[in-house]
Design a binder for this molecule. Structure first.
Ligand SMILES: Nc1ncnc2c1ncn2[C@@H]1O[C@H](COP(=O)(O)OP(=O)(O)OP(=O)(O)O)[C@@H](O)[C@H]1O
Ligand SMILES: [Mg+2]
Length: 225
């Protein structure tokens, strides 16, 4: 079954005093459960826009996005929030960590929303941090960490609750080769062991070479898959 269905989606950004600019011009895409898929394409081609729409962070101008067969545009706000919390993990291009929380608290946030007890949260976060080489940073605030370390905290936050789908916007962009490869190994393991579906955008040839499928966007359209 397709876990993500994107059907003829457009997204037009309307800004005051400017001509409307279509970031997506009719994109269709089916992603099966357990896929490990990359979105490629030049800067400005619409990768982040598409990930935001799949993750329910932004609304389509026309067309439809369905997760587990449920059309996001037809859900109430609380139902959409629940679906995001329970089914989707998101790694943002700009990590969006909360500065007043420690790295571990940032990563544990979704578990807290789900009502997982504190001890169990800590244990889960610790295990993921250790796999990502962040074992020493549980109680560090993001401001005191490098860009690459913050990126890994953002990844930990997205995967620790084991969502059905993880959307990752250029997850290796700020990592060196070795750390980026270790991150891809971890994502692949979660994909194989737990059947988590991954969709990641990237410019990185190493990341592209590890994907099962590459969908290429140019100028708001899918040109190859
Ligand atoms: N919030 C916004 N308001 C107006 N225009 C936007 C907004 N976000 C993106 N755009 C425009 O939409 C188009 C697609 O942008 P998007 O960020 O999806 O590209 P991208 O493929 O992720 O690029 P990159 O590889 O640089 O991250 C671009 O022309 C961009 O200028
Ligand atoms: Mg982008």
């Amino acid at each position: 079954m397709a876990v993500v269905e994107v059907e003829n989606v457009t997204r037009v950004y309307e800004e005051k005093g400017q001509a409307p600019s279509p970031a997506l011009r009719g994109v269709s895409l089916l992603v099966e459960k357990g896929e490990f898929m990359a979105l490629a394409g030049p800067s400005g081609s619409g990768k982040t826009t598409l990930l935001n729409l799949i993750g329910g962070l932004d609304a389509v101008t026309s067309g439809e996005v369905r997760i587990d067969g449920r059309a996001l545009g037809k859900l109430s706000r609380p139902d959409l929030a629940d679906l995001r919390r329970d089914r989707i993990g998101f790694v943002f291009q700009a990590y969006n960590l909360v500065p007043v929380l420690t790295a571990a608290e940032n990563a544990a946030y979704v578990l807290e929303l789900k009502g997982v007890p504190a001890g169990e949260r800590r244990a889960k976060v610790k295990a993921v941090f250790e796999r990502l080489g962040l074992g020493a940073f549980l109680d560090t605030r993001p401001m005191k960490m490098s860009g690459g370390q913050q990126q890994r905290v953002a990844v930990a936050r997205a995967i620790v609750s084991e969502p059905a789908v993880v959307l990752a916007d250029e997850p290796t962009a700020n990592l060196d080769q070795a750390t980026g490869a270790a991150l891809m190994d971890l994502m692949r393991e979660l994909n194989r062991e737990r059947g988590i579906t991954f969709i990641f955008s990237t410019h990185d040839p190493m990341v592209l070479s590890r994907a099962d499928r590459v969908v290429r966007l140019v100028d708001g359209l899918v040109v190859a898959t």
